[in-house]
Structure formats: C-alpha cells, structure tokens
Design a protein around this ligand. Structure first.
Ligand SMILES: N[C@@H](CS(=O)O)C(=O)O
Ligand SMILES: [Fe+2]
Length: 219
C-alpha cells in the first residue's frame, strides 16, 4: 500500500472530514478507482470523537446512519452493530461497496450467487476485519453477510456505496430463495429519522424500521 500511496501521491486523511473531502475528489469523475478509494479509506485512522454523532444503536438490529450524501455520487453510512447482530445474506444493487471498521471487529461470510433454488448456499470464504480494516464487494464478486461476532463488544463500520441504493436482495441460506428488501436510514446527519409504517409490497427492511421520505417502487 505504501508504494501505491507514494506513486499516486495520496494525501493521508488526518480526520473524517479530510477523508470525506478526499472521497469527493475521488468521485468527481465518473470512473471509480477501486484501489484508490480502498487505500484512502484504509489510511484514515478511526477517531470516535469524529463519528460518534452518527453512531446510533438499536437493541434489536443493526442500524444504518447516513453521514454524507456524496453530492449524489455516493452514500457514506455509519453502521452500528450491537453484540451478535448481523445482516442477512444480501446483494448490493450493482453498486461498489466499501466497508471500513471504525470500532470492534466484523466477520464477513462470502457466498456464491445461488444457481438454483432449493439448495443450501455455498459459503466460499470467511474474513475477519479488525479496527481500521477495509473490505470491498460488488455483485460480480458474490454475496455476503456481515456479523459482529462479539457477545460483549459493539462494532461500528463506515460504508461507502456508489451509486447509492435503497433496495437490495436478501437470500435464505438454506434454500437460496431471494426476496427484495428495503434499506433504510435509522438516522440522517445525526438526527433520528421518523418512524413510518410502509404500506407497499416490500416487507423486509434492513437498517431499522424508519421512513426517510422516499418511497421506492413496489417489487
Ligand atoms: N450492505 C449492508 C451492510 S453489510 O451487511 O454489508 C447494508 O447496506 O445495510
Ligand atoms: Fe453488504
């Protein structure tokens, strides 16, 4: 990574604001340089005083808290994982997905896309990411599930999605059956989003039962 830093002349982000400024620059053109963004996110050293305002936990499920809308190019989201909380196996709506651990540890289980329904899904790898580690996935690499494996410590991660998305697919590990799922924001810019019951056909929600003012199309 150091060679890459030297050769690309990357300015090391000293603060979360520096990181966000670097990301705006990185996403100012339409081509996403995955290695560059990965390096930039790795170089930022997590400082809780900078991201605590976004980190809102829920006792029942992991939360998604919008930190920056990336000028319409990307979403930067702080995810909070209580002890033992995790996501279901899911896809990423054709987006680039970067995940940096800000606190604690997270376990990623990687799966192949199911070839046909009715078969147990194949787990192809398991990775543990420690504080400041960065993971990357997109749909061509497969599906994943993230968990906080600790039963005594919480975990926090910073996710960058480009482009932003509000629906993805979730999969049943035993059968490969998939269904559409809405991804919501538990808070935006540090403010809790108001509760609302959805009335459309999508009944699964990732990231907290909230309504963020935008109703996606029915599935
Ligand atoms: N992609 C998930 C988080 S994770 O489990 O990777 C989400 O945006 O909610
Ligand atoms: Fe994910």
């Amino acid at each position: 990574m150091e060679d890459f830093v030297a050769s690309k002349n990357i300015k090391i982000p000293q603060t979360l604001d520096d990181l966000i400024a670097g990301l705006y620059e990185a996403f100012s053109s339409d081509r996403v340089n995955v290695d560059y963004v990965h390096t930039l996110m790795s170089l930022y050293k997590s400082n809780p005083t900078e991201w605590k305002k976004f980190a809102k936990f829920d006792p029942h499920r992991y939360t998604r808290n919008l930190a920056d809308g990336g000028n319409g190019k990307f979403n930067l989201i702080v995810l909070c994982w209580g002890e033992g909380q995790g996501s279901s196996i899911h896809s990423h709506a054709d987006a680039h997905c970067f995940m940096k651990v800000l606190d604690g540890q997270l376990k990623e289980s990687l799966y192949d896309w199911p070839e046909e329904e009715g078969q147990h899904m194949h787990k192809k790898a398991e990775n543990i990411y420690k504080k400041n580690g960065v993971a990357y996935i997109n749909d061509s690499l497969g599906l994943h599930r993230i968990e906080n494996p600790s039963h005594s410590d919480t975990a926090v991660s910073l996710h960058l999605y480009c482009p932003a998305f509000d629906m993805c697919q979730c999969f049943d590990e035993r059968t490969g059956h998939k269904h559409n799922s809405r991804v919501t924001f538990y808070s935006k810019y540090g403010e809790r989003t108001p509760f609302c019951k959805f009335t459309d056909a999508v009944n699964d929600v990732m990231g907290g039962y909230t309504y963020d003012g935008h109703v996606p199309e029915n599935n």
